[in-house]
Write a protein that binds this ligand. Structure first.
Ligand code: X90
Length: 280
């Protein structure tokens, strides 16, 4: 059986015709655990986090959780959040070793997205398209790795508090964004870390910046996948501006699930897109 699997940093997208399995990350306070699976109420989680005064943190899927997801597969494709900020990729690779030892002849490709959120959706859609064509495992893997050089992630965030609290960006970077009305526009760097590109005052100013950075990364009317954290209006406005410039663009919007909502924080939008290969 062919299996497509991703961790929940992908926002657990529904992909038409595809049966993708999602392995959850977990978001926690000292009192509560929010498992990022289909039972999670993201609004409730965000409200609980906003009311919570103490620390909060996250955990990546265990080796066991990945192993369980692999069970029954003989051609397995697994996509993870960036290995520069999470242990998910290492856990999936460890599970791969164990599964290969126990099951002769199976094939497993683990893809380190060096990204998160909607860029994983693009990778999953590519995997689905290639496997649906019936291509051999090696070709699916090679073409997907090739495609990943052309996919990119940009985002606009209102707060880096949870990123800084968990050591995923420096406190200095986070403090600058904490001011009322300030947004950062950033990108997933080629190394899979958060790269700050600009600071803007207000949501609306961030949108033309995002479009400009897309152009610079070689965007020319290809696929765009947009996610937002409790900000459908901003996502729609962005889609409108994108369509004004590229009326034919294949673009869609979805809400972030637990992991991205926690780290990108309320108000954020994230944009995964097909660009040129130069920047990555
Ligand atoms: O293993 C874990 O506990 C998960 C840690 C994840 C930390 C990073 C999550 C980023 C989510 C925030 C804005 C975009 C940053 C993208 C950098 C590649 C989204």
């Amino acid at each position: 059986m062919i299996k497509l699997i991703a961790d929940s940093s992908s926002d657990r997208p529904a992909i038409a015709g595809a049966d993708v399995q999602y392995v959850p990350l977990v978001i926690s306070t000292d009192h509560e655990h929010f498992v990022d699976d289909e039972t999670l109420d993201v609004h409730k989680m965000l409200a609980a986090m906003a009311a919570h005064k103490g620390r909060s943190y996250t955990a990546c899927p265990s080796v066991d959780a990945w192993l369980t997801a692999f069970e029954g597969g003989d051609e397995i494709y697994a996509v993870t959040i960036t290995s520069a900020l999470s242990g998910s990729y290492n856990a999936a690779m460890a599970a791969r070793e164990l599964y290969l030892q126990e099951h002769e002849g199976v094939k497993i490709a683990v893809f380190d997205s060096l990204s998160t959120g909607p860029e994983l959706l693009l990778i999953l859609e590519k995997l689905h398209a290639l496997t649906a064509q019936g291509l051999p495992f090696e070709q699916v893997e090679a073409q997907t790795r090739e495609y990943m050089h052309r996919t990119h992630l940009l985002f606009s965030l209102q707060s880096l508090h949870n990123m800084a609290q968990n050591g995923r960006v420096s406190k200095v970077a986070a403090a600058a964004v904490g001011m009322l009305g300030i947004r950062i526009v950033g990108a997933a760097s080629p190394e899979g870390t958060l790269q700050q590109l600009n600071k803007c005052r207000g949501d609306r100013k961030a949108l033309p910046e995002l479009l400009e950075h897309m152009r610079q990364a070689g965007y020319n009317g290809g696929k765009v996948r947009i996610t937002h954290v409790n900000n459908p209006v901003l996502a729609d406005t962005f889609l409108g501006q994108l369509k004004a410039a590229w009326p034919e663009a294949d673009a869609s919007i979805a809400p972030s699930s637990g992991l991205c909502s926690y780290y990108a924080e309320a108000g954020a939008i994230m944009v995964g897109f097909e660009g040129g290969s130069a920047a990555k």
